[in-house]
Design a protein around this ligand. Structure first.
Ligand code: NDP
Length: 296
């Protein structure tokens, strides 16, 4: 068997198109331009790349992008004061504080300082609680991207056995919650799970969010299952070169699976597309404008 490849890059382009057309509609019909503020503290090179890419894509879909770059020594007080300003600014509908933050700053304090309705990362405790109780919330971008691809490929997910490997607050737990809300039977596996191979073999849907290169081999995959690989791991490719690989061994998993996301070009591109989509959703809700279901 050779799996269907779920092309996250192409799917993300479709999501961005839907976002751009909703943005145009908001401008024309309501004279509103959605705005996304991204706050970067320090000069972590990977974070700088993400923030640049977010700003560029925000502008490409017609939204306003506000970038706030603060020095690595910025105090918690100054950062919280900036968030207060952004919370009160009517031209800002989404606020994202790029993680990780320097160690002298309390990440959860900062995350929970963002107004929940502008929390486009979906990390605020209020949004976590709303998602956990199946209510309308802002949904973390990476799991949302995975869900959109799964829904697009399968239609209904109801009754499927889903195994999420990883229980982080930003990927594993919200992913499991989303799948539960879709009426999947969900198992969350983690580093203490006994006989992970056996657990994964029962899954119709496997979401790997572990951070260990190519950890899941093909003989763990039930024939025909769908594999969503969230992992982004940079590994040695010889000749002083590096390459990106996921958390699953792509070749052997693709041989067993019915469908699989590649790395790169799978979940990664969907994350920023979903950030843009969340900003439009937040903008619609804040302004009481209908049509936040523009992605459907
Ligand atoms: P974390 O390190 O926060 O969590 C990893 C999880 O994997 C933990 O729950 C851990 O278990 C579990 N784990 C570790 N080792 C094993 C093992 N041997 N067997 C089973 N479970 C194990 O990572 P994140 O959730 O933040 O990220 C996961 C991956 O996804 C990373 O590669 C990251 O780069 C990538 N990522 C990709 C994104 C994208 O846009 N595509 C966005 C975010 C992340 P325990 O809790 O017991 O320690």
């Amino acid at each position: 068997m050779s799996a269907n490849i779920i092309d996250g890059k192409a799917f993300a382009a479709t999501v961005r198109q839907k976002v751009a057309s909703k943005v145009a509609d908001l401008k024309e019909t309501h004279s509103i331009i959605p705005g996304l503020a991204v706050v970067l503290v320090g000069e972590d090179p990977a974070s700088q790349v993400y923030v640049r890419s977010k700003g560029k894509q925000t502008i490409e879909v017609g939204m306003n992008s506000f970038e706030h770059k603060l020095g690595v020594d910025t105090s918690e007080e100054v950062l919280l004061a900036l968030i207060d300003e952004l919370n009160a600014d009517p031209s800002v509908h989404g606020i994202l504080v790029q993680l990780p933050l320097p160690s002298h700053v309390d990440e959860s304090l900062v995350t929970n300082h963002i107004a929940p309705e502008k929390d486009v990362d979906g990390f605020h405790i209020a949004n976590v609680g709303l998602l956990g109780t199946g209510q309308q919330s802002m949904v973390p971008c990476t799991p949302l991207g995975c869900l959109l691809m799964l829904r697009d490929y399968h239609g209904s997910l109801s009754g499927k056995n889903a195994v999420v490997i990883g229980r982080s607050n930003i990927v594993g737990k919200p992913m499991a919650q989303l799948l539960l809300n879709e009426s999947c039977t969900v198992t969350i596996a983690h580093s203490r799970t006994k006989d992970l191979a056996d657990v994964v073999r029962r899954a119709d849907i496997v979401v790997a969010a572990v951070g260990r290169p190519e950890m899941v081999p093909g003989d763990w995959i039930k024939p025909g299952a769908t594999v969503i690989d969230v992992g982004i791991n940079r590994v040695d490719a010889g000749d002083s070169k590096t390459k990106l690989v996921g958390d699953v061994d792509y070749a052997s998993c693709a041989a067993a699976a019915g469908a699989i996301t590649p790395v790169p070009g799978g979940v990664g591109p969907m994350t920023i597309a979903c950030l843009l989509a969340n900003t439009v959703t937040a903008c619609c809700r804040i302004n009481n404008v209908s049509g936040e279901d523009f992605l459907l």
